[in-house]
Design a protein around this ligand. Sequence first.
Ligand SMILES: NC(=O)c1ccc[n+]([C@@H]2O[C@H](COP(=O)([O-])OP(=O)(O)OC[C@H]3O[C@@H](n4cnc5c(N)ncnc54)[C@H](O)[C@@H]3O)[C@@H](O)[C@H]2O)c1
Length: 355
Amino acid sequence: MSKLRFGLIGLGEIAFKSTGKIFGVCERCEMVAGVDPVAEIASSYEAEYGIPCGTDLDEVLAREDVDAVIVSTPHYLHAPLGIEAAKAGKHVIVEKPMATTLEDADALIETCRANDVLLSSKESGVYYQPQTQKAKEAVESGAIGEVMGVQITGASNKPTSYWTGGYTNRVKTEWRMSKEQSGGGILVMNYIYDVYRMRHVTGLEVKRVFAEYDTFNTDVEVEDYISVSLRFENGAVGTISAGSAIPGAKRSGVRGTETSGNRIHGTKGQIVFAGNRLLVFTELDVEGLTKDDWTEIEFDGGRYDSYARYFDRFAEAVFEGRRPDVPGDEGRKTLEILVAAYESGRTNVPVDLSA
Ligand SMILES: NC(=O)c1ccc[n+]([C@@H]2O[C@H](COP(=O)([O-])OP(=O)(O)OC[C@H]3O[C@@H](n4cnc5c(N)ncnc54)[C@H](O)[C@@H]3O)[C@@H](O)[C@H]2O)c1
């Protein structure tokens, strides 16, 4: 079976600790080259994963055996590097977020379209998580009735070293602290997954956003606490409340416990995302769920399975000449909500979205 051959652009923390390993279990994809401007980062990636890695992007983009790229760089470089790759005829997966501005996202989408290459933004990998799929099934079956509200909550306590080296200190860098280079703090960095998941599971788009945020407990430009109010197209309301410097919280955060998890509240039931479990309450007779009670569904398998599937399905889309399950426009729609939240917090007025 043929495999889609990827060049990795950016060989820092996520490429090293996660993407390289995920490719080890992918069936339709392989890594064939890597590039990073820091020579030692490139050479240690080559030593670990056995693919040729250098510092020259043009060399990678000129290779005929590179069909696609994954851009795993600081956020402000996703769109410009994705655009370069698309112009070289490579299909593009960008790490989340797709870009730091909607203008950049639009330029990336348009360049991929003009060059007839596929585009996807990697937060959409949660599409393949079994919890996400089961929750979507529950919503579509009518088990929770009409969606009234959505809650996304999270607390973490990132160590000071995170801001200059991530969780592994593999790369010494300051982009995470910079508003311009990262686009924002805890919201864009971590809760983008949850925002995409809620859009996907409910099938509802956000039409208005209001936010308050600040930097209370960290010496960085970006927010370390944010509170967002959302209004969805069907009238449902939503909240996002997240902080990254909360004493007592775990360093990389907790989301989805019974007492403080992401929830969807409906007129006939509710759904709680609780780690690798999904809890569904329904007042109705729905196959597979207990009426007037909670049904707890446990999933095995970790994120690797979902993300291997994400890469493999992207490859299949290329081979079959169809759009990816979650195309670039979805990354743009999710980004629009985050950009609106930052704009609203800056101007103190709600922001209406185009959707
Ligand atoms: N670290 C994580 O746990 C994690 C998890 C999920 C997603 N991500 C996402 O992955 C992306 C990268 O994050 P990271 O944590 O790996 O950051 P990082 O700083 O560890 O790595 C980024 C790498 O990009 C390289 N780079 C900079 N400019 C480049 C260029 N012009 N061409 C090629 N490479 C260039 C840097 O030298 C560095 O090695 C971000 O979008 C981030 O949000 C990270």
